[in-house]
Structures are given as structure tokens and as C-alpha cells.
Design a protein around this ligand. Structure first.
Ligand SMILES: [Zn+2]
Length: 190
């Protein structure tokens, strides 16, 4: 096959050289509310074309690559005093796979246990291109379906206004979870 970035012949959808050159993760911090931080590995503009593949089947492979380069590396280095459970915001399946579930899966490590389909949005209205006002007027209405009173982190692919992550955190807190921080692939506010 051919590398999606440089077009050269490659064993993977993104060649080794491009992974090294374009997918080296950083660690950007954004404070969305008091004492709550969201960390992102990439600037949205830097991987926009790759993120947009999530609407197509090839996105399945691209999200695996992005997660291996960022979430997996993070999890390998991460240390904690106990066990943390990670929850993807809204990991319902669209077009055959869930892109946020792929990211969450790669957090599996000594201290992190990914939990799937446990933080479910009951409102799937499309937020793309919508204002903060629209997002606030149309909340995701999350349902939580796992154990109460555990330590948690939230996973999503993009942080735009932060509305979804804040709402997810509120739902987890209501269930007695200690939410440490959130992790996203990209930060749309650069
Ligand atoms: Zn390449």
C-alpha cells in the first residue's frame, strides 16, 4: 500500500518515516474548569486530515496508528498509586467501529484498565461546526454503566469547546468517581 502522508510505498497506512516526522506526540495542557485538566498529544491542525478519516473505513486503521503513537506510549510511562479506569466519551459505533474506543483500548497498561461502552451518550446530535451555545443547549445526557467510587480518566479524540468532556466528568462524579484528568488526541483550540 501507499503512505497516506507522503505517498511512498509502505507496509502500513502511514510509513515509518512519516510516523517519526509527523506523529511524534507532544503533551498540551488545557484547563477546562477549576482543578480539571485536559491533555492532548497533537495540535488539531497538524493531524486534521488524519482525524477526518474517521468518517471513512480507512479511519479504523488510521486511529489504530494514532493511538499507538500517542495513547499507548503515554500508558506505558504512566504511574499511579492504584488502578485507574479509562472511559471514552461516547464510544458508540459509527460505520463499523468506534474511533474513541480504539484510543481507549491502547491505554491498557499496568495502572490503567480501559472500560468500553460504559459512558454512553443518549443524545447523538452532531456537534461538528456548532457553537458553544448549541452544544450547551443539546447536552449529550450521558448514562454511566459501571462501578461507582473508582478512579477514572476520560478519553476523547478532539477537545473543541470542552462541553462534552465537562459533561462526562459531571456524570462520572455524580456516580462517585474520582476523575483525575482527560486525554484527547488533539486540541482544536491552539
Ligand atoms: Zn510516508
Amino acid at each position: 500500500m501507499y503512505c497516506l502522508i507522503c505517498g511512498n510505498l509502505s507496509f502500513s497506512h502511514i510509513c515509518k518515516k512519516c510516523k517519526k516526522e509527523f506523529l511524534k506526540p507532544s503533551f498540551y495542557k488545557r484547563v477546562v474548569e477549576k482543578d480539571f485538566e485536559v491533555y492532548s498529544f497533537y495540535k488539531y491542525s497538524a493531524i486534521k486530515e488524519l482525524i477526518l478519516t474517521k468518517h471513512k473505513f480507512v479511519g479504523y486503521f488510521i486511529y489504530h496508528i494514532l493511538a499507538q503513537e500517542s495513547f499507548k506510549r503515554f500508558a506505558k510511562e504512566f504511574k499511579y498509586v492504584g488502578q485507574i479506569y479509562s472511559f471514552a466519551c461516547d464510544d458508540h459505533i459509527r460505520g463499523g467501529y468506534s474511533h474513541t474506543a480504539i484510543l481507549n483500548k491502547y491505554l491498557k497498561s499496568t495502572f490503567i484498565t480501559p472500560i468500553h461502552s460504559a459512558l454512553r451518550a443518549t443524545n447523538h446530535v452532531n456537534y461538528s461546526g456548532q457553537s458553544l451555545q448549541f452544544r450547551e443547549n443539546n447536552p449529550r445526557n450521558f448514562k454511566y454503566l459501571y462501578h461507582p467510587n473508582i478512579d477514572a480518566i476520560i478519553v476523547d479524540d478532539i477537545i473543541t469547546t470542552g462541553t462534552t468532556i465537562k459533561e462526562a466528568k459531571k456524570t462520572l462524579k455524580k456516580n462517585g468517581l474520582n476523575v483525575l484528568f482527560a486525554l484527547t488526541l488533539a486540541n482544536a483550540r491552539e
